[in-house]
Design a binder for this molecule. Structure first.
Ligand code: ANZ
Ligand code: ZN
Ligand code: ZN
Length: 858
């Protein structure tokens, strides 16, 4: 018998699959429904990491399964290949970003092929190629023409290390998402914006269409990100000038409790105040310079400046001071708020610090109970003129109506979502196809001049925008008047690239359009998208926005890009922290004794199982696993160790276990393959022995269980476990019953079904065995097995016996046996009689074919 030589086997099948081009997908196959399986495309950092391996294994298993279920499956792969690291590499080693990127892609493509993934490589795309980014520019133009893009000077998040603008989503706790130790600062720049806020409502409402296929937590994150709040915009009167100061409040019911008003330091009224009251100028400037993200942070100390001016409350007619404070943000609502210390946490702290009055206007429902301030719950109105006695819930509506009636303001809503600023002061991205002409102003490049190519005469100094250093790029011809024009030197946020790449896969070679509508409509919405939950707000919201924009440009028909989304769990590994050395040790430098871990010098280390990351030194390199165990074992382990959406704890024991299972199947097959090859599949169902029947029933039950587990939210681990159990039964069958021609047929029949069911997980292994069992072709093209309803249960059934609700034993009995016989058998079971000793049987309840419960009393 030959050994399970996985290296040789995997190489052999990968070459054959390639040679026969079996993964090529047509856009249409007669009699088959299309099914689009998409895994989030990787950034080509150079090497696959274990998160990729998991993501793409899940996608591949789904693809292969769906194909075997009769669908025409599209599973493409590509490269999100613009972005900072390539540029940083250029600064560090002087390699051009294109060269660095290309060689990374080549290595990662090789690694993906080693994993045996069934991608249609003819559809591969890479966003850094002019063939791709041309269409970013083309779509930009279309959006511009539709009024969905504008330019504005605005305060932006700026990372001094990246030397570029960051989107809000790229700022984490005031720090750069790539430089966790760098404070993001505020800088004013001319920026291009996509009007995603025009789609805010649709992005919210669209959740209705996808809610059955998306994880609830992702929808919630998007909902919070869009952050729609209903409230009132109220005009306060500035006493000193008579002008209106609009504020936005969600709590108009607290209007009688206003004891001051506040504006952001950037609010236009502040300029006017400073003219009259210049003594506070320095403090205002200082306040403006603290970064916005930090200013909004909860729990941060609030700072205020008394402006010296006042406002009149239009409802209560009270006059209260106007303050300038850092906790009010200019880019939310109107940049001005009414301060109600009695009923708002922040205002309460602020009023305490600056000695401002606190006026309670809502009390708890039980009037005698004294509410502790700030009281933020609903209650009953007090100190509120004609609204006294109302519930605050009713007052919220009544006062809003009153305010509208009197013309003091209007009901409205605000979004937390901001327009998407896409300008980046970077080289390695899609050039924005805009120019500035002295005569014509801001103009866009002509279609026939697209793509605007990235120039090569640039310097990567690490400072500022390299595109500024290219004269060839900057000096251009105006598409309108033919005169001299200056090109925009900004490039697009790389999230633009990934907002529509899944559409390009459908029609990747189109030279006239980003994609043909007819073809894209055949494939979209994507049936199953798989990726990390870290993309819940940025990528997944941007892609939904783009899809809707492209629909409104009549370029495609569906409303949503992704029908179902699976967010795979993180991969965890043990980390070893040395307190003495204040660092994480590499697993190879750790000595494990029992359940403790020690350094080479004998220090006991802190062991934690946590997300794999470079900083924790607890990552594994998938290629090492491929080398040691092969692709099939790695794939099997990944799919067996946890359901896809759960965390996966990586451990070598698990890999070794998966490997042992495969060698066991291998041996079972090879020890019996001669027998099986010489038998045909025609089983005589009238001549089944008890053992034959048991095995066939187990097989049918397993087919059902495996199929159900996959159909029910992809519980692949259950599916694999069921096959493992069946293999045990087959082994028992082989050792007891291989004594007839019929037995050889049954064995062959069963083994082949198992191999078909395992093939999405371990495709090379299964193709090799398929061949060994005398079959030809690829399992990729095989049909998924169906079970026989009639063979799902034996005539026997197992009945559990309980005494006072506790299971004390079980027995096998013919199905639908007489109740008296069932009772008698139950009462005579040895372990049951033991529990009946000294007791009186009060009642015996029989649930047919399942349970006997004996109720006893002393
Ligand atoms: C008075 C009030 C009384 C408020 C009260 C709350 C409780 P959401 O739900 O997040 O939309 N606000 C409005 N604009 C602001 C800005 N630019 N910067 C900081 N805070 C701002 O929150 C809306 C509430 O946040 C508004 O309702 C306003 O304070 C504050 F008992 O007005 B409220
Ligand atoms: Zn940075
Ligand atoms: Zn011009």
């Amino acid at each position: 018998m030959r050994d399970y030589e996985f290296k040789e086997i995997e190489k052999k099948w990968q070459e054959r699959w390639d040679k026969d081009n079996i993964f090529k997908t047509e856009n249409e196959v007669e009699g088959k429904e299309n099914y689009y399986v998409l895994s989030m495309l990787p950034y080509p950092s150079g090497k696959l990491h274990v998160g990729h391996a998991r993501n793409y294994t899940i996608g591949d298993v789904i693809s292969r399964y769906k194909r075997m279920k009769g669908y025409n499956v599209l599973q493409p792969m590509g490269w999100d290949s613009f972005g900072l690291p390539a540029e940083n590499a250029a600064i560090q080693n002087g390699t051009h970003p294109a060269i660095w990127t290309k060689s990374n892609i080549e290595n990662m493509r090789r690694q993906l092929k080693l994993m045996g993934f069934s991608y249609d490589w003819e559809r591969e795309i890479a966003s850094y190629t002019p063939e791709y980014y041309k269409w970013n520019q083309w779509i930009f133009k279309k959006m511009y023409e539709k009024g969905l893009i504008y330019k504005k000077k605005s305060l932006v998040n700026w990372c001094p290390d990246c030397q570029t603008v960051l989107a809000n989503e790229q700022v984490e706790d005031g720090m750069c998402w790539r430089h966790s130790k760098t404070h993001v600062i505020q800088k004013e720049l001319e920026q291009w914006f996509f009007k995603i806020t025009d789609y805010a409502d649709e992005l919210l409402e669209g959740h209705e269409e996808i809610k059955d296929g998306w994880p609830e937590k992702v929808l919630t994150m998007q909902k919070n990100w869009i952050g729609k709040s209903f409230g009132t915009e109220l005009k306060l009167k500035v006493v000193e000038t008579g002008e209106d100061l609009p504020i936005f409040t969600t709590r108009i019911d607290t209007i009688y409790g206003v004891s001051y008003a506040v504006v952001a330091p950037e609010h236009p009224i502040v300029e006017k105040i400073l003219k009259v009251n210049p003594s506070i100028k320095d403090r205002v400037t200082e306040m403006k310079n603290t970064d916005i993200i930090e200013r909004g942070a909860e729990g941060r100390e609030k700072n205020g400046i008394d402006s010296g001016w006042h406002i009149e409350n239009p409802v209560s007619k009270e006059v209260v001071p106007l303050w300038i404070a850092d906790y009010v943000l200019m880019n939310y609502g109107t940049g001005a708020v009414m301060g109600v210390p009695a009923h708002d946490e922040r205002d309460f702290v602020f009023a305490g610090k600056y000695n401002l009055p606190v006026k309670q206007v809502i009390t708890s429902k039980k009037a005698d109970e004294k509410a502790e301030l700030p009281y933020i719950e609903e209650g009953v109105m007090i100190n509120s003129g004609e609204f006294n006695g109302l519930s605050s819930k009713d007052a919220l509506v009544k006062i809003a109506e009153y305010v509208e009636e009197k013309g003091y303001g209007k009901r409205t809503y605000k979004y937390r979502l901001k327009d998407w600023g896409i300008s980046r002061q970077r080289y390695w991205g899609t050039p924005i196809p805009a120019l500035y002409c002295e005569k014509c102003g801001e103009v866009l490049e002509k279609d026939e001049n697209l793509p605007v190519l990235l120039p090569n005469d640039i310097e990567f100094s690490g400072n500022g925008n390299p595109l500024e250093t290219s004269n060839e790029f900057k000096e251009a011809t105006c598409p309108c008047c033919g005169g001299k024009a200056r090109r925009d030197t900004d490039t697009m946020d790389t999230f633009v690239d990934s907002s529509w790449y899944f559409l390009r896969y459908c029609d990747p070679k189109n030279l006239n359009l980003p994609f043909s509508k007819e073809i894209v409509d055949k494939w979209t919405p994507v049936d199953q998208y798989i990726g990390g939950v870290e993309h819940a707000v940025m990528h997944l919201l941007y892609a939904r926005f783009f899809h809707k924009v492209l629909r409104d440009l009549s370029l495609l028909s569906s409303n949503e890009p992704f029908k179902r989304l699976l967010t795979q769990g993180m991969v965890l590994g043990p980390s070893y922290y040395s307190e003495k050395e204040n660092k994480y040790l590499l697993p190879k430098d750790v000595v494990i004794k029992g359940d403790k871990a020690y350094s080479q010098s004998g220090e006991e280390l802190q062991v934690k199982v946590e997300k794999m990351s470079k900083s924790k030194n607890n990552g594994v390199d998938p290629e090492e696993m491929l080398d040691k165990y092969g692709a099939d074992t790695t794939r099997l382990f990944i799919m067996f160790a946890a359901p896809p959406e759960k965390e996966l704890e990586w451990n070598e024991n698990g890999l070794a276990g998966a490997y042992r299972f495969l060698t066991r199947v291998w041996r079972l097959v090879f020890e019996n393959s001669e027998l099986v090859k010489n038998a045909n599949d025609e089983i005589d169902y009238n001549k089944l022995s008890k053992e034959d029947k048991t095995l066939l029933i187990k097989l049918n039950q397993t087919i059902k269980k495996v199929t159900d587990a996959i159909e029910n939210n992809y519980h692949f681990n259950t599916a694999i476990a069921a096959n493992m159990e069946l293999i045990n039964e087959v082994q028992a069958y082989v050792s007891s019953s291989m004594n007839s021609e019929q037995a050889a047929k049954i064995l062959g029949y069963t083994l082949k079904k198992i191999i078909v069911m395992l093939s999405p997980f371990v495709p090379h292994f299964c193709d090799e065995i398929w061949e060994e069992l005398g079959e030809s072709g690829y399992l990729f093209n095989e049909k998924w097995p169906e079970y026989d309803e009639k063979m799902l249960s034996s005539d026997e059934t197992t009945i559990a016996v309980q005494v006072n609700g506790k299971v004390r034993g079980s027995f096998e009995i013919a199905k639908d046996s007489e109740q008296a016989l069932v009772e008698k058998t139950a009462l005579e079971l040895p372990n049951v009689t033991k529990h009946l000793e000294g007791m009186n049987v009060v009642k015996v309840i029989v649930i047919p074919n399942r349970i006997v419960n004996i109720v006893v009393k002393p």
